[in-house]
Design a protein around this ligand. Structure first.
Ligand code: NAG
Ligand code: NAG
Ligand code: NAG
Ligand code: NAG
Length: 347
């Protein structure tokens, strides 16, 4: 039971749960609380907690990043990745598609922030990635390359270090376990990291006189975290349900016609609840009171979000800038107008 609960600690959020996107970055884990549990063990995590406080800060910020992105990606869904402990705790104890997404994005968030910190030169026991530099420069001894050609910048993003630390933190304590939930979790951690690693791109800068580009250097960069979130959301939509394999150490897709999931796919072993009605056991708050869109055919549409129940229409007055005038030079003056907006709420 204890081992299952550890990942939940990663998501320990401030007890005052706020639902505003902008303040969701406050909802980060408490590294002290998380480390308190690991401190006395002999795990890699304990080593990090005891000896690398700088790294713990970046892990913390990675979880915060993951959580904010989860809330963005799920903002229109019935379960909206709420930070309320009553809900997220229950969801993380299961093995549904939602569980898989959250695990993947946390692994990605930690990888991302640790890698970024590395690139920025923070002292957390790493340096930037010089491997490509060596390879390319073997052929070309000089950084001065003819136009159209380029050299690796001395400093690429050290994704391997980020991945390693993310593993130390998340995966290592499951080393001796091979039950279904653990296998699924470890798979989804990998999928989360691959959503970064498989999409590194080359970014180049021109140097030289007035953009002449006589010297061009390139480095490997990570995609933005929004891109990573979008990709993982697609994987969530296409996640594969799996069942235990015969050897007891692996899983196979449920149904023979389904192709085996790749390392980058998300997997799950339990069906999600529909999150339509409140249910404490499942961590569902239901969708009563949620704002929905009368005309949308998608998951934010009242039909889907309200689970077939009625929705009620309200109006509110919002203030907007209007009748803006341009004054020479260079000033724009606006009036403040009241505008009535309609919106619908699930009953
Ligand atoms: C998320 O869902 C909860 C419970 O259904 C709701 O109280 C909250 O307002 C929602 N958050 C957003 C940003 O819609
Ligand atoms: C909550 O969900 C569980 C599991 O699906 C179910 O057994 C239980 O009856 C539900 N409780 C309510 C109040 O609907
Ligand atoms: C509601 O959905 C429609 C159709 O998808 C979209 O055009 C519109 O912008 C949405 N309204 C809001 C307030 O999001
Ligand atoms: C807009 O509404 C506010 C109250 O919400 C009111 O005090 C103000 O006079 C209104 N302005 C206009 C231009 O109607």
């Amino acid at each position: 039971m204890r081992a299952v609960l550890v990942p939940v600690c990663l998501l320990l959020v401030s007890p005052i749960s706020t639902t505003s996107w902008t303040s969701s970055s406050e909802l980060v884990l408490n590294p002290k609380q998380m480390c308190k549990k690991a401190r006395r063990s002999r795990s890699k995590m304990a080593d990090i907690c005891n000896n690398k406080p700088g790294l713990v800060q970046h892990v913390q910020s990675g979880v915060g990043l993951a959580q904010a992105e989860c809330q963005y990606q799920f903002r229109h869904r019935r379960w909206n990745c709420t930070s309320a402990k009553k809900s997220i705790k229950k969801v993380m104890l299961r093995d549904t598609r939602e569980t898989g997404f959250v695990n993947a994005i946390i692994a990605a968030g930690i990888t991302y922030q640790v890698t970024r910190a590395c690139t920025k030169g923070e002292q957390i026991g790493c340096s930037c990635d010089k491997s490509r530099n060596k390879r390319k420069n073997k052929k070309k001894k000089t950084m001065n390359v003819p136009e159209g050609d380029w050299a690796w910048d001395g400093c690429g993003e050290n994704i391997e270090y980020g991945i390693k630390r993310s593993k130390d933190f998340l995966d290592t304590r499951y080393k001796k376990k091979s039950d279904m939930k653990t296998l699924v979790k470890l798979h989804n951690y990998v999928a989360g990291r691959l959503a970064i690693k498989n999409y590194m791109h080359k970014e180049c800068k021109c140097h030289g006189l007035s953009g002449s580009c006589t010297l061009k250097t390139c480095m490997r960069k990570m995609p933005s975290f929004r891109e990573i979130g979008n990709r993982l959301k697609q994987r969530f939509d296409g996640a594969a349900k799996v069942i235990p394999g015969n050897d007891g150490k692996s899983f196979i897709p449920e149904g023979d016609t389904i192709k085996p999931p790749s390392k980058a796919d998300l997997v799950y072993s339990e069906e999600s609840s529909n999150f339509c009605n409140p249910n404490n056991t499942l961590g569902s708050f239901g969708t009563q009171g949620r704002v929905c869109n009368e005309t949308s055919p998608g998951e934010d549409g009242c039909g889907i979000l309200c689970c077939g129940r009625k929705s009620q229409s309200f109006t509110k007055v919002v203030q907007k800038n209007c009748q803006c005038e341009f004054h020479f030079c260079c000033d724009v003056k606006c009036k403040v107008c009241n505008e009535t907006v309609r919106y619908s709420v699930c009953q």
